[in-house]
Design a protein around this ligand. Sequence first.
Ligand code: SF4
Ligand code: FES
Length: 248
Amino acid sequence: MQLTLKIWRQENADSKGKIVSYEISDVSPDMSFLEMMDVLNEELMIKGIDPVAFDHDCREGICGSCSMFINGEAHGPDRYVTTCQLHMRKFKDGDTIYVEPFRAKTFPVIKDLVVDRTAFDRIQHAGGFISVNTSGNTQDANSIPIEKANADKAFDAATCIGCGACVATCKNSSAMLFVSAKVSQFALLPQGEVEATDRVINMVKQMDEEGFGNCTNTGACQVECPKGISLDNIARMNRELVKAQFKK
Ligand code: SF4
Ligand code: FES
């Protein structure tokens, strides 16, 4: 395949970025999107041009770092896949592909396609954990009975990889889908009950302080989420928040 890539280039957080056009040939349909970007970067380096900076780690849809806007969609045109799992067979020979960073005020661009998503880390630090006594008397988690339906919902929520596609897709740059997944994965389990009140209050407070927008039930986040995180989690988080505010 021969492709034209229109890629956002930005030297650093303070400089002004722009779209730069690159031609690439001999792209195999079996390559992943990131492998195609690797080939482009090798060609750029041979020519003495600064390679395109992009985040990646696991390259198997787990770490959530490979965040790109491809032809106007977070993680590109395929559904339930991350950019590293997107294959070039989803494009046609001769296509022009636009590649941009995830855009949100809360995700400032560091360089090219790399954005700062530490706002998510700070939300996690505010309450996305459970405190367990690991002194040697810890109860085996498998011996705690949990209703199957709740176990399934908690597992689904826990599949959120913190990629930020929901924020980048939302017209309000809302982080509600992410935060609600992180709240839900504990709210549905007995292990999460102990700190449930503080967790939801603190995580929502941190989310607001970071400057993420509000949810207006558009649902675009759910459509673009590579893990299919459901809007039901947002409803659950809102219920948890009301409950917690009454208890405080
Ligand atoms: S909810 Fe989905 S889109 Fe948002 S951070 Fe989690 S995995 Fe990514
Ligand atoms: S590189 Fe880890 S999810 Fe894509």
